[in-house]
Design a binder for this molecule. Structure first.
Ligand code: F6P
Length: 317
């Protein structure tokens, strides 16, 4: 293997992983190419050479130096064929794809349809990759959201208010549940659980009768909109509410130490997997151990047991 290429989505830890991939490859005598703008760049042949020097000073940067894009064209087999042609034309012997479900699914299809050797690195703040304990970017996202939440708590406590805070997470309540537990919140609404507004309002009223006057309710964006939840509470209880939607601040920012160290380990493992002839798999963290995991399993819907953590949150709130 002479040359590998790297393609990315954006989240904290991706730049650190690019650095790890490029320097591991260099250490093994293999050259590296960056694909710009994700699958858009793979279709159009937009690339940049990556060297030991060109990835210096990026370990602490959020986002991706390779840029990213949502690529509608990649949904069609014809355009994926064009991407596979780029791979052959540029003499790319193996492709490392860092991203979430969509990116890993794309990598799987490139392998199945065109025989491109691919290894994935799970990288998504949603942490929704099946069979993967922790994806790159999720730890940073939780810490960014927690930092914001701690500030909101200052106001919630001072003014004795009810806050509804919306965090990211399309199909998976990972960020919401982690932040709610770490932030000592009273309630969390996540895609994995049904919720009953009447029960929440009854809790608020009962708490209020006992002198509990400030509440923070975390909502995963994939479950409900914070505005709607806040309105439902005000309508049912008469209490004033405030809303904060944290949005994309959670996807950016300096990666935590955990994300950087994971990036180093996953980056090296991905290169070594390609060099050993492994393909159609991703490197993953599972029960504290790094191993390889087939992409067709990784792209299945993730089911995470949440009841125990939810009950813990309610017990401590
Ligand atoms: O999948 C990661 C994620 O940040 C989700 O949490 C969010 O729903 C989505 O991406 C937002 O996508 P975009 O940046 O394209 O609006």
């Amino acid at each position: 293997m002479k040359r590998i290429a790297v393609l990315t989505r954006d989240c904290a830890g991706v730049n650190a992983a690019i650095r790890a991939v490029v320097r591991t490859a260099a250490g093994r005598g293999v050259g590296a190419l960056g694909i710009l703008k994700g699958y858009e760049g793979l279709i159009d042949g937009l690339t940049v050479p990556l060297t030991r020097r060109s990835v210096s000073g990026i370990i602490n940067l959020g986002g991706t130096i390779l840029k990213s894009a949502r690529c509608e064209r990649f949904l069609s087999a014809d355009w994926r064929g064009r991407a596979a042609e780029t791979v052959r034309r540029l003499g790319i012997d193996g492709l490392i794809v860092m991203g979430g479900n969509g990116s890993l699914h794309g990598a799987h299809l490139l392998h199945v349809e065109a025989g491109v050797p691919v290894v994935g690195i799970p990288a998504t703040i949603d942490n929704d990759i099946n069979g993967v304990d922790l994806a790159l970017g999720a730890d940073t996202a939780v810490n960014v959201a927690l930092d914001a939440l701690d500030k909101i708590r200052d106001t919630a406590t001072s003014l004795e208010r009810i806050f509804v805070v919306e965090v990211m997470g399309r199909d998976c309540g990972y960020i919401a549940l982690q932040v709610a537990l770490a932030g000592g919140c009273e309630e969390v609404l996540i895609p994995e659980r049904d919720y009953d507004p009447d029960r929440i309002c009854a809790d608020i009223k009962a708490g209020n009768a006992e002198g509990k006057v400030s509440w923070i309710i975390i909502v995963a964006e994939g479950k409900a909109r914070a505005e709607d939840v806040a309105r439902a509470i005000t309508d049912r209880t008469g209490f004033e509410t405030r809303v904060a939607v944290l949005g994309h601040i959670q996807r950016g920012g300096r990666p935590t130490a955990l994300d950087r160290i994971m990036a180093a380990r996953l980056g090296r493992a991905a290169v070594d997997a390609l060099l050993e002839g492994c393909t159609d798999c991703c490197v993953r963290l599972r029960n504290g151990v790094l191993d390889l995991w087939p992409l067709d399993k990784a792209v299945l819907p993730k089911t995470t047991p949440v009841e125990s953590d939810y009950r813990l949150l309610k017990l401590l709130s």
